[in-house]
Design a protein around this ligand. Sequence first.
Ligand code: C2E
Ligand code: MG
Ligand code: MG
Ligand code: MG
Length: 278
Amino acid sequence: YAAKESQSRRERFRDEFDQRASEHARLGAQLREALDQGQFQLVYQPIVALPHGEIAGVEALIRWHHPELGFMSPADFIPVAERNGQIVELGAWILLEACSQAATWMATLGSAAPGKVSVNVSARQLAEPDFAEVVAAVLAATGLPADRLAIEVTETAVFGGGRAIEALDAVHRLGVRIALDDFGTGHSSLGLLQTCPVDILKVDKSFVDNVTMAGRHAVIATALINVSDGLNLDAIAEGVETAEQARELYRLGYRYAQGYHFGRPVANPQFALESAAA
Ligand code: C2E
Ligand code: MG
Ligand code: MG
Ligand code: MG
């Protein structure tokens, strides 16, 4: 009986596994079409200066309007695109789209344009031997000055890869700024600060969530701003949802923040209006 049960459990597991694999295969095929059919869109979330909330930059975040499933979260399809390699083509499209949008804002808004656009880059993209050339080509094609672009990488993407550090060094030499995303949640955090050409630490939302309460998170948020200041990096607090958090972060020494409290990601941010209202 026990053997029978474990066999059926194994079968159920295999079924589930097969189902998931075929879902991924289907999603992979749909991803390929999605790019051709214009189903992707970038939205932009403000990164603001504390304490008053002037816009310092924006982060580009991808959205997929799936023909049957409707809105799909990047957390669900980026990992699939990474696994099957499509993130390389998709990532190049994202860079081009974000940089041409940023160049258009500069041309149409002048000094009201956001100072920087941040683009998320995955481990798989960094592993491509021509990553820096793709970035250089995008800057040349769009005319965006290199210092107006930041690329966001996670510690996990950079960890363990000599190739990834080389790619970041090459991009950094172009004048592009490098941000470590979700800082404090991946592998190796502090060690990376010695080997990686970092300009910006994006302190993960998990340390921001409870920053107003005395406890571990506040202690870590404090330690991270000290490290950041000591190394002359800009720290950005991620996922700020309340005025209390923003005030406390400012008190701890944070000068930049991002989160729903300041603005959600939107397709057409109204920079001129927002700065006039601030
Ligand atoms: P991330 O780069 O850390 O982006 C921040 C995520 O937190 C975004 O989710 C953003 O909408 C969300 N967020 C911002 N402020 C708040 C807040 O106050 N509260 C809460 N609860 N959430 C907030 P999103 O757009 O769903 O993206 C999720 C992740 O998917 C990103 O995390 C990034 O790792 C990845 N991703 C998004 N766009 C791209 C892309 O263009 N390329 C690559 N490679 N990855 C991307
Ligand atoms: Mg990011
Ligand atoms: Mg992040
Ligand atoms: Mg995050």
